[in-house]
Design a binder for this molecule. Structure first.
Ligand SMILES: Nc1ncnc2c1ncn2[C@@H]1O[C@H](COP(=O)(O)OP(=O)(O)O)[C@@H](O)[C@H]1O
Ligand SMILES: [Mg+2]
Length: 251
């Protein structure tokens, strides 16, 4: 089972979009996939068409020790969701518990979902205890980076955050960078791309995701790109992203 945290403390880079559509892409290829919403804003459920998700989700696991498997909702063939729940923000606000608070999710995964091929964690745009839980629960991180200079400086910060976890992990995370929301015809794209390849050789996944109106439309209708525009360029890009991850194919 591969456990992948989709993280970036910057908002709007495509974390939720990638969790949703990569998740469905993998399910359509026949893999069993669970997506877990760790963002208190809870938008992962809506992007899968659940506009009124259950009030209890992963929040109960983190706050009250509920079983992870009891919070599962089937959304598509082979694709299941653990939604955020209404009280996920409380996890950030709790005091006490020390370092153990960061391993609750990892411990809750013990012996659960053994039939699943992939677990994807959709992280909030922050660097608090929810992200720490994702970091300890995951073996791999997938960092969407949008194609501008500001996101490059954010990425440097992100990598330092990741480094700080390493002494506490059994082994370092496998790290993937996915160029997201890019405009390939802009000169800036090439520049950002070259910088990424220079700094993170062997970690930038081969196929970027382009900025596209259809991608912005999907969450509003609660459908993945494979349901909304099966033959679009964007659908091909998400399929390629799934293959990149499966084959560990980088630029
Ligand atoms: N490739 C894309 N092209 C166009 N719009 C996108 C793309 N990826 C994401 N978006 C839109 O940008 C907004 C932010 O994306 P989201 O996935 O929610 O980012 P994050 O989870 O990192 O905050 C959403 O409205 C989403 O629909
Ligand atoms: Mg999000």
């Amino acid at each position: 089972m591969r456990r992948i945290a989709v993280i970036n403390q910057k908002g709007g880079v495509g974390k939720t979009t990638i969790t949703t559509n990569l998740g469905h892409a993998l399910a359509l290829k026949g893999y069993r996939v669970t997506v877990v919403d760790l963002d208190p804003q809870g938008q992962l459920a809506a992007s899968l068409g659940m506009f009124r998700p259950p009030v209890e989700g992963v929040d109960q696991v983190l706050l009250n020790g509920a079983e992870l498997e009891s919070a599962v909702i089937n959304t598509r063939d082979l694709l299941q969701l653990v939604s955020a729940g209404n009280n996920l923000q409380q996890v950030e606000e709790l005091r006490g518990g020390g370092a153990a608070r960061a391993s609750i999710l990892k411990n809750a995964l013990e012996g659960q979902f053994s039939d699943q091929d992939f677990i994807l964690f959709d992280c909030p745009p922050s660097a608090g205890i929810l992200v720490s839980n994702a970091m300890f629960a995951a073996d791999e991180v997938l960092i969407p980076v949008s194609g501008d200079y500001l996101s490059l400086s954010g990425l440097a910060k992100m990598m330092m955050t990741l480094k700080r976890f390493e002494p506490y992990l059994e082994k370092p995370h496998e790290k993937w960078i996915e160029m997201s929301r890019v405009y390939p015809r802009r000169r800036l794209f090439r520049e950002v791309c070259n910088k990424l390849l220079g700094h993170f050789p062997g970690q930038v996944l081969a196929n970027p995701i382009k900025e596209a109106a259809v991608m912005a439309e999907c969450p509003g209708v609660g459908r993945t790109i494979f349901e909304y525009r099966r033959s679009s360029q964007s659908a091909k890009e998400f399929e390629a992203l799934a293959t990149d991850l499966l084959e560990r194919r980088t630029m």
